[in-house]
Design a protein around this ligand. Structure first.
Ligand SMILES: [Zn+2]
Length: 259
């Protein structure tokens, strides 16, 4: 199993990284994509990926971090220097937090990140909240057809639009929460070849660990919940989500060669 979206550079995980990874192995979780959010953590994130055979990373500026002082020219050169960088993300629009980051600033940043994904020919990891519209899909497709909507928590209707537009959809521990009935419908609906699983740790720990700091090993609980919905085995879910991961992020195949 792969945790396709975690943030290993945050103190909650980083300060104890080796034992968190050991725990993950004991849960059957063997590979990880640690996702960038801002300028400050960018190089630390790359360093983590460089240190471990089974970790790859992404670079990107989260919509609420538009003011973090990134240098787009510098970012453009990084994927050539570091083959552990497999994606641009997480980037997107978060209209839940417009008081933190006004819509116009978010949009400028997003288009810059979309252009970065086009220039580097890397797939996108999208953070999109309360911003779904046909225009959003049109905008993304102008730059890049290869993208995953990470931590999907929206309606079944919008899940269908994501799939019909040819994108991937990723579910976190939120799918295990008591009130997430519609999200479990989404878990049932997404076709085998479009689904990814993730923790988004250290946030959003799934049931039965809800309320605790999240960690990559807990993606197993996300997977088990989805298996119940889809009436499939853990092995089957793990196989299809692994396939999807390596298809969406071709540069991550480096992990296959080494494991
Ligand atoms: Zn995230």
């Amino acid at each position: 199993m792969i945790d396709t979206h975690c943030h290993l550079f945050y103190d909650e995980i980083f300060n104890d990284l080796d034992s968190k990874l050991e725990f993950a192995y004991s849960m059957g979780v063997t590979n990880f994509l640690t996702v960038g959010t801002d300028n400050k953590h960018m190089y630390q994130n790359i360093e983590i990926a460089n240190k471990y055979n089974n970790i790859v990373c992404s670079i990107g500026i989260h919509p609420t971090e538009y003011n973090c002082g990134y240098n787009i020219e510098e970012m453009r050169k990084l994927p050539e220097q570091y083959n552990k960088i497999v994606a641009i993300g997480e980037v997107g629009l978060d209209y839940h937090y417009i008081d933190l980051a006004p819509k116009d600033k978010q949009l400028v940043l997003f288009e810059e990140m979309l252009q970065l994904s086009k220039d580097t020919n890397l797939p996108l990891i999208l953070h999109c909240r309360e911003c779904f519209s046909d225009n959003l899909f049109k905008l993304i497709k102008q730059y890049n057809e290869n993208a995953v909507f990470h931590c999907f928590t929206d309606s079944l209707e919008n899940a269908k639009k994501i799939i019909n537009n040819g994108f991937y959809l990723s579910l976190t521990g939120i799918v295990t929460f008591k009130n997430s009935q519609e999200l479990r419908e989404v878990a049932k609906y997404v076709p085998d070849d479009r689904l990814l699983i993730e923790t988004d740790s250290p946030y959003l720990a799934p049931v039965p660990q809800r309320g605790k700091p999240n960690e990559p090993g807990f993606v197993r609980y996300v997977a088990e919940c989805i298996c119940e919905q889809r009436k499939c085995t853990l092995q089957y879910l793990s196989d299809i989500t692994n396939d999807n991961f390596y298809r969406l992020f071709p540069r991550a195949r480096i992990m296959l060669d080494r494991n």
